[in-house]
Write a protein that binds this ligand. Structure first.
Ligand code: 1GP
Length: 241
C-alpha cells in the first residue's frame, strides 16, 4: 500500500466486510468508484460468518483496477488473488496470538502465495463501547486520552521494522479518534499513519487528515450510504465540496 499513489498526501481506503457486502452493495460500490475511485479497497473483518471472503476479493479485482488489500481479522483471511495484505501485529495488546501466533500459522501460505506484505503495527484505542476487535482479540485498548502511550507504542512498532502504523478506534465506533492523539503519534513516527474507525463524514475525515494521517479507512459509513464515497474522494483529492 505504501507505493500506491506515492505523491498523494491524503489517501482513502474503503473497507469492505465480506459479511456485510451483498451483491447489490458491491455493484453500487463499483459503479460509484468508476468516477470516484478510492486509493484502495481493504477486505476483511474481525469475524467472518459467511463464505464470501475470496468471492469479494475476486469480484473487486475483476471489476476495477483499484488495488485490493487484505485487512485480516485473523490469519485464515489470506488469498493470492489480492494485491497484498496488511500483516497486522496488534502491538497495543499483550495477546501473543495477535502479536505473532497467527503470523506463524500464516507465514508458509503467505510465502507460497507470493503476496505483497506490508508489516503494520496495529494499535487499538478505546472509546465509549467495547468494539469487535477488542472482544475478539481479548486485548485491552489504549485509553483514548493516553497520547503518550499511543505514541510510544507506535514508535516501538517503527523501531521493530513495521512499515505503517494503523491507529484504530474499531469498526462502527461512536466517535473517530481524537485529533490530539493522531497528531501526537504522527509527530513521533516517520512511517505512514493510517487512521480508521468511526469516521462518518468529510468533516471527521478532514480533521484526521489535518492531524497528520496519511490514510483514512472508512467502512461503516459507506455500508450505510455508499454515496458517501464521493465526499471522501473529493476530500482526499483536495476537491472543494
Ligand atoms: C475498522 O477502521 C476500520 O477496522 C473502519 O471502521 O467501519 O467505523 O468505518 P468503520
Amino acid at each position: 500500500m505504501i507505493e500506491i499513489n506515492p505523491h498523494k498526501d491524503k489517501k482513502l481506503a474503503v473497507l469492505i466486510d465480506p459479511d456485510k457486502a451483498d451483491d447489490r452493495f458491491l455493484n453500487q460500490i463499483i459503479d460509484i468508484s468508476k468516477n470516484f475511485p478510492p486509493d484502495c479497497f481493504l477486505v476483511g473483518g474481525s469475524l467472518l460468518v459467511n463464505d464470501r471472503f475470496e468471492f469479494v476479493i475476486q469480484f473487486l479485482k475483476e471489476k476495477t483496477s483499484i488495488p485490493v488489500y487484505i485487512f485480516p481479522g485473523n490469519m485464515m483471511q489470506t488469498s493470492p488473488k489480492a494485491d497484498g495484505i496488511l500483516l497486522l501485529s496488534l502491538i497495543s495488546g499483550r495477546n501473543a496470538e495477535f502479536l505473532i501466533g497467527q503470523h506463524v500459522l500464516a507465514a508458509p501460505k503467505l510465502k507460497r502465495d507470493n503476496i505483497n506484505i506490508i508489516p503494520t503495527g496495529y494499535i487499538l484505542v478505546g472509546g465509549t463501547a467495547q468494539t469487535s476487535v477488542e472482544y475478539m482479540s481479548q486485548t485491552a485498548p489504549i485509553p483514548n486520552n493516553k497520547n503518550d502511550i499511543a505514541s510510544a507504542t507506535a514508535l516501538a512498532g517503527e523501531m521493530l521494522g513495521m512499515k505503517m502504523i494503523y491507529l484504530e478506534a474499531g469498526s462502527g465506533a461512536e466517535n473517530s479518534l481524537k485529533k490530539e492523539m493522531i497528531s501526537a503519534v504522527k509527530n513521533t513516527i516517520s512511517i505512514p499513519l493510517i487512521v480508521g474507525g468511526g469516521i462518518k463524514n468529510a468533516h471527521d475525515a478532514c480533521e484526521i487528515f489535518q492531524a497528520g494521517a496519511k490514510w483514512i479507512v472508512v467502512g461503516t459509513a459507506i455500508e450505510k450510504n455508499p454515496d458517501t464515497i464521493k465526499e471522501f474522494y473529493n476530500l482526499s483529492n483536495n476537491i472543494k465540496i
